[in-house]
Design a protein around this ligand. Structure first.
Ligand code: 1GP
Length: 243
């Protein structure tokens, strides 16, 4: 099954804006999830991403089962580790950290995950994950022992994203890091988008409607917000669906 990716491509063709709320199982209580999901359901969200850099074993699976009870939205794994792979999700961003040079996060974890993936029905979407420096060290850097690409080196960011596409990846995810001080800049998004023929995801540090709009207007096809919504549910008020 390749429904989710096909739907992403079809939505982009229609010039729809895609929006994912990121839920980090380590920061989210299963008991309170229904209230959060209700807010997501009433918002412009088209996808729910689930994952985090460091998550205790089994938390992800339990949380996804609970999320599914309350929403029809597709649940896409955005895993920091193999332990976060859950057959209860709909799809998996099979992330390769192409901004870094740590073989474990380029191919090692992927090889290790194969036997686990064999037993699932997950739609696996190969995704080039590009970490861009944002002014402070992110948990992705700490966990993966990789350096992000300097935000001033736009050519290197563009070439990295394009190399991902040429390697056959189906999505590129430009990441400033969860809770980043500065989101990915318009210049970077625009420059990457110009060269890409595959959908572009942008996330990290987006806290305002202005920053969200800016990401779309610069060329992001799907924007991800986690921290800002986790910390302040009232932000959902500005993300309501228009009826
Ligand atoms: C992190 O891109 C996501 O991987 C979302 O970042 O938590 O800063 O919204 P925030």
């Amino acid at each position: 099954m390749t429904t989710i990716y096909k739907n992403i491509r079809a939505s982009i063709k229609r010039q729809d804006r895609l929006f994912a709320v990121l839920i980090d199982p380590d920061k989210t209580s299963v008991n309170k999830i229904s209230v959060f999901i209700d807010k997501i359901n009433r918002s412009i969200a088209t996808h729910i991403f689930v994952g985090g850099s460091i998550v205790d074993d089994n938390k992800t699976d339990k949380l996804i089962k609970e999320i599914k009870r309350f929403t029809p939205l597709p649940i896409v794994l955005f895993p920091g580790d193999i332990t976060q792979i859950s057959n209860n999700a709909d799809a998996l961003l099979f992330l390769s950290l192409i901004s870094g040079r740590n073989p474990e996060y380029l191919i090692g974890k992927h090889v290790d995950s194969v036997s686990k993936l064999k037993g699932t029905n997950l739609e696996v979407i190969p995704t080039g994950y590009v970490l861009v420096e944002n002014g402070k060290q992110t948990s992705v850097e700490r966990v993966t022992h990789t350096k992000p690409i300097s935000r001033d080196n736009i050519q290197c960011i563009v070439n990295t994203a394009k190399a991902g596409e040429l390697l056959g990846m189906k999505l590129i995810y430009l990441e400033a890091g969860s809770g980043a001080i500065e989101p990915i800049t318009s210049d970077i998004i625009r420059s990457v988008k110009r060269e890409l023929n595959i959908p572009l995801i942008v996330g990290g540090g987006i806290r305002t409607i202005g920053q969200l709009e800016n990401a779309y207007n610069s060329g992001a096809d799907l924007v991800v917000i986690g921290t800002a919504l986790e910390e302040d549910y009232s932000f959902f008020e500005q993300l309501k669906q228009e009826h």
